[in-house]
Each structure stands twice: as C-alpha cells, then as structure tokens.
Design a protein around this ligand. Structure first.
Ligand code: GDP
Ligand code: MG
Length: 175
C-alpha cells in the first residue's frame, strides 16, 4: 500500500523471559491495545507489527513472541537473527523469573547481535500486594549490565507504550 511504501525502517524486536511473565500480553497491549483475559499459551513462532512515528521517521516494529519455547529452553538462534532490540521480561511477583534474567542476558550475548538494545521489563506491577522483586534490585542489575529498565502492567497498560517507544527510539539512535 501507499502507507507501506513510506516506511523508513523495519526494526525486529524479540520478547524473551520466563514462561507466564506476560510477554504475549505485553506484545498484544502494544500492537493492538488489547489484554486478553483467557489467553492460552502461544504455539509456534509468531510476530506482530505496529508502525510508529519516531523523530519524523515511520518505523515498523516487527515484534517476535517466543511462543512457548521458553519452557524448554529451546529458543533458537534463528529467533534472535537480525534482532535490533530485545524486551527481557520478568514478573515482579515471581522472584525466580528475576533471578533467571541473568541467564537470558547470557543467551542474548551468545546468540544476538552485539549492538542489540536491551530493555529489562518488570511486568505485573499492578499486583502491588504480591510483589517480591524490589524496584531497586532491578535498577541495580540494569545499571550494572547496561540495560534500559521499566516496570509495566500489560493489564492496565501502564508504561507499556513508554517502554516500547523508548526501545524503538534507542534502536533508531544506533542504526
Ligand atoms: P507469557 O507466557 O510470558 O507469554 O505470559 P502471558 O502473556 O501468557 O501471561 C501469563 C499470565 O499472566 C496470564 O494469565 C495473563 O493474564 C497474566 N498477566 C500478563 N500480564 C499481566 C499484568 O501486567 N498484570 C497481571 N495482573 N497479570 C498479567
Ligand atoms: Mg506467551
């Protein structure tokens, strides 16, 4: 279409992190502004797209979902190929999902491009009473590792747009 021809860049972004942290819901919130209450785990690799305007450039974000592979530690290097950005998601109510973030960073360092922009996301920030990961722990980790960091809620939508746009803006700065 005429609109497609005006796109300046296509940025591939991968969403990774433990199972059930809210990766698919974050993606659906950003791409479609939807939260699906009875979402089933995804089967098969898939991506969603959304086109946004950043600094007067039309950027098509092609955002890939791990599609359940995270359970079997079977995210393949093909998934990371060509990715310019990564959303690394943990659940602020599940300490284990935060402890596993270091392993996901290693995974990125091993399989993704050196220049990949990484955004650490503490999701489910709406579950205030169930929180087990203090914000400060994630701030410290992301500062040490050179990652960007936001806490989000795919449920309320809080910070989801901000985090994705920040990631796309930072990718745009390095391409
Ligand atoms: P994935 O396995 O990482 O893709 O996780 P899903 O997106 O399938 O979400 C796992 C579960 O967490 C589902 O029951 C979602 O409804 C729920 N969930 C996802 N994001 C949020 C959030 O921001 N807040 C709350 N309260 N629940 C969420
Ligand atoms: Mg999923």
């Amino acid at each position: 279409s005429e609109f497609e021809e005006k796109i300046d860049y296509v940025f591939k972004v991968v969403v990774i992190g433990d199972s059930a942290v809210g990766k698919t819901q974050l993606l659906s919130r950003f791409a479609k502004n939807q939260f699906c209450l009875d979402s089933k785990s995804t089967i098969g690799v898939e991506f969603q797209t959304r086109t946004v305007n950043i600094k007067s450039k039309l950027i098509k974000a092609q955002i890939w979902d791990t599609a359940g592979q995270e359970r079997y530690r079977a995210v393949t290097s093909a998934y990371y190929r060509g990715a310019l950005g990564a959303m690394l998601v943990y659940d602020v109510t599940k300490r284990q999902s935060f402890d596993n973030v270091a392993r996901w960073v290693e995974e990125l360092r091993a399989h993704a491009d050196n220049s990949i922009v990484i955004m650490l996301i503490g999701n489910k920030a709406d579950l205030v009473d169930l929180r087990t990961v203090p914000t400060e722990d994630a701030v410290e980790f992301s500062e040490n590792q050179g990652l960007y960091f936001f806490e989000t809620s795919a449920l309320s939508g809080n910070n989801v747009e901000t985090a994705f746009l920040k990631l796309l803006d930072e990718i745009h700065n390095v391409v």
